[in-house]
Design a protein around this ligand. Structure first.
Ligand code: 5GP
Ligand code: ZN
Length: 117
């Protein structure tokens, strides 16, 4: 799956469906459809990358760093910076990946246990 027409997160990131809560030139974020915490935001590159293990070159590495910066901003906006938050990337089916466009889960607003299931 490589085309915007086939990928729901490409469509959301392009503003074609859903509602963005954050956007810059390269990154977009939106609330998860099925939230697992009071704050559950998905942060994605606008560029289609299927999975985090496909991140190989310096440009994509830099892009992932920009997602972390966006996540930090959103965490501050949502008031969860102080108490704490979690960034999660699931890679491939065994880890629970179900949408084939790289996304960082930003979770917070409640106590989060460890280890995750
Ligand atoms: P994964 O299981 O791939 O790590 O995470 C996929 C996440 O995307 C899930 O938490 C799921 O609830 C969310 N999701 C799937 N489809 C949509 C959608 O169309 N819109 C939004 N906002 N979230 C979605
Ligand atoms: Zn995509």
């Amino acid at each position: 799956m490589n085309k915007i027409d086939d990928c729901i997160f490409c469509k959301i990131a392009a503003g074609k469906v859903g509602k963005l809560i954050y956007e810059d030139d390269e990154v977009a974020a939106f609330d998860d459809l099925n939230p697992q915490a009071p704050v559950h935001v998905l942060i994605v590159p606008k560029k289609h990358i299927a999975r985090i293990s496909d991140v190989m070159n310096d440009s994509d590495v830099c892009l992932m760093g920009k997602i972390v910066v966006a996540a930090n901003k959103i965490a501050a906006d949502r008031g969860i910076s102080q108490d704490g938050y979690r960034l999660v990337i699931n890679c491939n089916e065994g880890a629970g990946q179900s949408v084939w466009h790289v996304h960082f889960h930003l979770l917070g607003g409640r106590s989060l246990s460890w280890p995750p299931g």
